[in-house]
Design a protein around this ligand. Structure first.
Ligand code: B1M
Length: 232
């Protein structure tokens, strides 16, 4: 058996993707970044690398995290590796040449520090032509309100990955309503534990299953709003 480092560039596409899943699982950020670049150099689209190599790799990590095989430190390393790959995709996803179509304030709610999905949503929105103000993680109601007042966006986007933090979205929406601000913004919500029903129940405008749906929904609702403004 040889101890020579694996030459990622020598692997065919399917084996490279498989190896990237393993490297993501093992938290090897440099290798994940290299694999990402190799696939791009071989003509893969940024969306395909994202879906088949990175998101799928993180899905596998999530399963073993749930089953108690992986723990927080390992998952953090995996998350950092995913981010290393995403950093290479970001400019490509943002570079669609779409005209500026609106502004979004986006953040992960209070108590929640998951940000990979939110970061992807930010990238896809930028790619669809939105200006995105990313507030980061663990955002409380006052910070959302301050950001809305400062940046005057068209859309507020909130992310939550925990069943314990998703109810905080309602706290934010209720506060907007109490201040008479709710109708000023399109409110989009997303995150793995959410669904349409939850989104309706808390008074959001739409639930977005994934980042691509978030970008499509943002465009559709902006267009509907413009139609309404033209008609009225
Ligand atoms: Co966390 N974690 N985690 N974790 N973690 C989950 C969410 C969990 C499902 C794992 C599991 O048990 N299988 C579980 C939640 C269970 C539940 O509530 N039902 C869980 C838990 C329990 C926890 C801790 C409590 C663990 C502990 O400490 N004991 C802890 C909580 C910390 C906190 O937030 N206070 C914790 C910590 C962590 C890490 C720090 C180690 C790390 C986060 C690192 C980081 O984000 N920088 C982490 C990770 C990585 C995960 C998993 C494995 C992966 C999440 C992810 O990045 N997915 C996750 C398991 C899983 O989801 N399979 C898990 C990839 C990403 C692309 O998908 O985030 O779903 P996702 O985003 C999608 C869509 O949801 C949507 O679009 C995105 C892209 O397509 N979307 C939006 C997301 N936000 C949107 C906003 C929008 C629109 C669409 O706005 C418009």
């Amino acid at each position: 058996m040889s101890d020579a480092p694996l030459d990622l560039s020598a692997l065919p596409d399917d084996e490279l993707v498989q190896q990237m899943h393993d490297d993501l699982y093992d938290g090897l950020a440099d290798e994940v970044a290299l694999g990402t670049q190799l696939l791009l150099d071989r003509g893969w689209s940024a969306q395909r690398v994202l879906g088949e190599a990175l998101v799928e790799g993180m899905r596998i990590v999530g399963v073993d995290f749930r089953d108690g095989i992986l723990f927080v430190p390992e998952v953090l390393l995996a998350a950092n590796s995913m981010k290393a790959g995403m950093a290479l995709l970001r400019p490509l996803l943002a570079l669609t040449g779409a005209p500026r179509v609106g502004k979004v304030v986006l953040g992960t709610v209070k108590g929640d520090i998951h940000d990979i999905g939110k970061n992807l949503v930010a990238m896809m929105l930028e790619g669809a032509g939105f200006e995105v103000v990313d507030l980061g993680i663990n955002i409380d109601v006052q910070a959302y309100i301050d950001a809305l007042s400062e940046h005057q966006p068209d859309i507020l986007g909130m992310s939550a990955l925990l069943t314990t933090t998703m109810p905080y979205m309602k706290v934010v929406i209720d506060e907007l309503t109490a201040r008479g601000l709710r109708e000023h913004y399109i409110v989009l919500v997303g995150g793995a534990p959410l669904n349409e029903e939850f989104s309706r129940a808390i008074g959001a405008d739409a639930y977005c299953r994934d980042a691509a749906v978030a970008a499509e929904t943002a465009q559709e609702l902006m267009e509907a709003r413009r139609e309404l403004a033209r008609a009225g």
